[in-house]
Design a protein around this ligand. Structure first.
Ligand SMILES: NC(=O)c1ccc[n+]([C@@H]2O[C@H](COP(=O)([O-])OP(=O)(O)OC[C@H]3O[C@@H](n4cnc5c(N)ncnc54)[C@H](O)[C@@H]3O)[C@@H](O)[C@H]2O)c1
Length: 262
């Protein structure tokens, strides 16, 4: 049995995780933390009360529930503090919260190695995006031009999405075609991540909608791939696959893509 502590227990993804744990053999909810301290985690997830209350603080929750693994789908501003708490508690972690750069994650990667823990810090646990990323990696050597557009609700706290950043990384493995246009208004050519043009659309789509469009091009040919995700349930296969396998990875593992788990 894998005992799970869930950070961000009342969120879109957190709720889906609580509901999925109830129907997934081999997993048990040990505790959780979110803004709604003291409230029942089942009630917060829209199911029957589970008799487990949201902890009053992350540190208190971790030491009281003694989990095997922590799953974190919370919020960017909390993440560095949360990760320090997981290191202090010596826990393996499956982290979905996005918004930190590779540079910000680097010290944590070193600490995970030093402590012999196993962490997955994966910007997208969806099967669709993971499979499309693999396609982009193999297609890019033939298609020098690429742009990525991410679509999220306007209240999303970070732009671009962590997924757009990861797609840009996946697309950065071959020389890029030259765009010679000069911007007459700043920003119209998008931001550059690893040299790849990335555009973030923030509009009042009903949350938790998430869309990613990848356009690849070579002379006379354009490929456009779009992944649209309508609920947080689509992450559950990837999250539970990772949470189930994480303890079996070598000590010091710091996984950055669901492909490394699949
Ligand atoms: N890696 C992936 O596959 C993936 C998929 C979807 C979302 N995400 C990311 O996961 C994170 C959560 O997404 P969501 O849609 O569930 O968000 P959400 O806003 O619905 O939920 C956020 C959760 O964090 C908690 N929280 C926020 N501020 C807090 C505070 N100050 N103290 C305690 N708890 C606090 C909230 O109570 C809530 O439980 C975001 O960073 C999002 O970008 C990643």
């Amino acid at each position: 049995m894998i005992n799970v502590f869930l950070t961000g227990a009342s969120g879109n993804v957190g709720g889906a995780i609580i509901r999925t744990i109830q129907t997934t053999e081999g997993f048990k909810l040990a505790g959780g933390w979110c803004r709604e301290t003291g409230e029942d985690l089942g009630t917060l997830a829209g199911i029957e009360p589970l008799g487990i209350k949201a902890a009053s603080g992350l540190g208190e929750g971790l030491s009281a529930s003694k989990p095997d693994v922590v799953i974190d789908f919370s919020a960017t501003p909390l993440l560095e503090g949360n990760m320090k708490a997981y290191l202090n508690a010596g826990l393996n972690a499956v982290i979905g919260t996005t918004g930190l750069t590779d540079e910000q994650l680097e010290p944590f990667k070193k600490e995970v190695a030093a402590k012999g823990l196993r962490w997955a810090v994966i910007p997208n646990y969806g099967l669709g995006i993971t499979l499309v990323s693999e396609f982009i990696k193999s297609a890019r050597k033939y298609y020098p031009f690429v742009t990525i557009t991410d679509q999220h609700p306007n209240e999303m706290c970070n732009a671009p999405s962590g997924t757009a950043g990861a797609l840009a990384q996946a697309a950065s493995g071959a020389p890029l075609g030259e765009v010679t246009s000069r911007e007459t208004y700043p920003g119209v050519l998008g931001g550059k991540i690893h040299g790849v043009q990335v555009f973030s659309q923030r509009l009042p789509w009903p949350g938790p909608y998430s869309g990613h469009e990848i356009t690849l091009a070579r002379k006379d040919e354009i490929i456009r791939v779009e992944v649209q995700d309508y609920t947080s349930d689509i992450y559950m296969d990837g999250v539970f696959l990772t949470a189930g396998k994480i303890a079996g990875f070598p000590a010091g593992s710091f996984l950055r893509s669901l492909s490394e788990v699949m």
